[in-house]
Design a protein around this ligand. Structure first.
Ligand code: ATP
Ligand code: MG
Length: 562
């Protein structure tokens, strides 16, 4: 490997890796993504996945998927499966290395006995609360446990009996014997094992003691031969502890490098909070299109490539920051603008009758599927005497600067004809517009004025007789403010939930080419945004989600910055 040219050091992590390869500290690159299966993955995890997998690819190395499954009471198979699906969908390939910390339980236990024999670990009878109380603070040293100086024999005997199930849950722990006055609190005799009678999703009831994350994580990396253990900043203070364990046991040492976690505006990212939203029914599930989860983004219509593009653009840094969710949406919009077929859909329909066309009149327009990609060809769009148009595109009395349909005004029906409004018919009871009447200019076929006269607005339409019906779901941010953790006085982050984050429209009218839309299909509905087929779609029932609107607030931010 060292004879190959190194990839450019575009960030501090690659700089460090290049340094390690040049110095010969490592001769290969092996990374991992280590999720705890206690929730669904979110966009922050996508950043970690793209980073770790990207490094393995750039250096011709390997990438492991490793579940850090040391906490059975919060973990489960549903999460294991969803994580696998999401990592695969993002395009990261762990080959045959689907690994589990729980596969190392026997080895971790043996190393714990080794540390006891070396006089570096002891069984402590303090309760969890007492351990915490003895820990001291950043400014005061901790207090040594009265059980700290038990003999090796007594410790071994008690630890084996802990494993054998002789003691109740929480009554004893195994602790590393380091230094209760250490300036880094993580090294004040941290707990390595606790007694916990919980069924594990993989090891069942084999164990009633479980390693802590801190004891398991570094050794798991070591067992797998990970060279660069990339993790988020909150583990910086744990690094000395991981190194202490590795050294005390005397095994291969990976290098840990920390980077700043991703935060996004208008959302929460902690799994605990996302779980609460799911459990309380604030959203429809982990894959609700409003969720920042990978499965939610997938259902919302995001593509793996748009998410990878986003992760590449935000890069990695050493300092925590908040990324504007508009950038994430921008990445999708930019891709779909290039790739998504165009279609016409009317979300809030009102009927438009073209008075100077005969009853039963039908003609067909050939419309480009995607003007950004002429090779995509054209589609046939039927046109007839009765159309649906958006309710918002018609007014009986126009407000200032309103150039769409109102009696006397002329607009262009996208790709079809110029039409002039002759009047509106209103519901006698509600006063709502029930029907719009207009006449076409027969010489404007294709939407071009024969005399070159100016028409200010172009509106979309769907032939009434040919329309397919659909349900369309529109989304807004899940929270009303950019930083939902900024709780209102006397309240919590939860109070910042946006009560109007979803709007479900039924009876929408779509052009007939959309009848064949399949799960995974994405479209630009003219003038409305990008939409995708929702998995609730079934025979006789079409459901679409709006992925993003057309207005690109990120492009505006970028322009303002320049
Ligand atoms: P939470 O704090 O939301 O419970 P977590 O960080 O504990 O999540 P893990 O399953 O332990 O979740 O995370 C797996 C990996 O993903 C870790 O290496 C972690 O550093 C990384 N990760 C988690 N959240 C983010 C984020 N917001 N940005 C970047 N990486 C993240
Ligand atoms: Mg974690």
């Amino acid at each position: 490997m060292s004879s190959l040219p190194l990839p450019p050091a575009t960030d501090f992590i690659r700089e460090a890796i290049n340094e390690d390869l040049s110095s010969g500290r490592y001769t290969r690159v092996h990374t991992r993504f280590p999720p705890e299966p206690n929730g669904y993955l979110h966009i922050g995890h996508a950043k970690a996945i793209c980073l770790n997998y990207g490094l393995a690819q750039a250096y011709g190395g390997k990438f492991n998927l490793r579940y850090d499954d040391t906490n059975p009471s919060k973990e489960g198979m549903e999460y294991v499966e969803s994580i696998k699906e999401d990592v695969r969908w993002l395009g990261a390939d762990w080959e045959d290395r689907e690994l589990y910390a729980s596969d190392y339980f026997v080895q971790l236990y043996a190393w714990a006995e080794l540390l006891i024999t070396k006089g570096l670990a002891y069984v402590c009878d303090l309760s969890a609360d007492e351990v915490r109380a003895h820990r001291g603070t950043l400014t005061e040293p901790g207090q040594e446990s009265p059980y700290r100086n038990r003999s090796v024999e007594e410790n071994l005997d008690l630890f084996r009996r802990m494993r054998a199930g002789e003691f109740p849950d929480g009554s004893r722990t195994l602790r590393a014997k380091i230094d209760m006055a250490h300036p880094n609190l993580n090294l004040r005799d941290p707990v390595m094992y606790r007694i916990l009678r919980a069924s594990h999703h993989r090891t069942g009831d084999t164990w009633c003691i479980y390693a802590t994350y801190d004891y398991a994580h570094g050794q798991s990396d070591s067992i797998e031969g990970i060279t660069h253990s990339i993790c988020t900043l909150e583990f910086e203070d744990h690094r000395p502890l991981y190194e202490w364990f590795i050294q005390a046991i005397g095994i291969y040492a990976p290098r840990q490098i920390e980077f700043a976690r991703l935060n996004l505006t208008y959302t929460v990212m902690s799994k605990r909070k996302l779980l609460q939203l799911v459990q309380q029914g604030d959203v429809r599930g982990w894959d609700d299109p409003r969720m920042p989860t990978i499965s939610g983004l997938r259902r919302r219509g995001f593509t793996p490539s748009a998410i990878r593009d986003f992760c590449a653009r935000i890069g990695v840094a050493k300092r925590d920051s908040v990324v504007d969710v508009a950038l994430l949406e921008h990445c999708l919009r930019e891709e779909l603008n290039r790739t998504a077929p165009r279609a016409m859909a009317v979300l809030r329909p009102v009927k438009l009758v073209l008075e100077n066309l005969p009853e039963g009149h039908v003609e067909t327009f050939e419309v480009q599927i995607n003007p950004e990609e002429p090779a995509a060809g054209t589609r046939a769009v039927p046109f007839s005497r009765e159309l649906f148009i958006e309710r918002d595109d018609v007014r009986e009395v126009p407000p200032p600067k309103y150039w769409r349909l109102f009696p006397g005004n002329e607009v262009r029906l996208r790709g079809a004809y110029l039409v002039r409004c002759t009047g509106v018919v209103k519901h006698p009871a509600t006063g709502e517009i029930a029907e719009v009447r207009a006449t076409i200019d027969p010489d404007s076929r294709g939407g071009n004025a024969p005399d070159g006269r100016k028409v200010k607005s172009t509106i979309h339409w769907v032939s009434a007789a040919h329309a397919v019906e659909a349900e369309v779901r529109l989304y807004e941010h899940l929270f009303t403010c950019p930083d939902p953790d900024q709780a209102p006085v006397g309240g919590s982050w939860h109070d910042n939930l946006n009560p109007a984050s979803i709007e479900v429209l039924t009876g929408c009218k779509l052009e007939p080419s959309l009848a064949a839309a399949q799960l995974g299909d994405r479209y630009q509905f003219e003038r409305l945004g990008y939409f995708c087929v929702d998995p609730d779609t079934a025979p006789g029932r079409l459901v679409f989600n709006r992925s993003v609107g057309l207005r690109d607030s990120w492009a505006k931010i970028e322009r303002a910055q320049q």
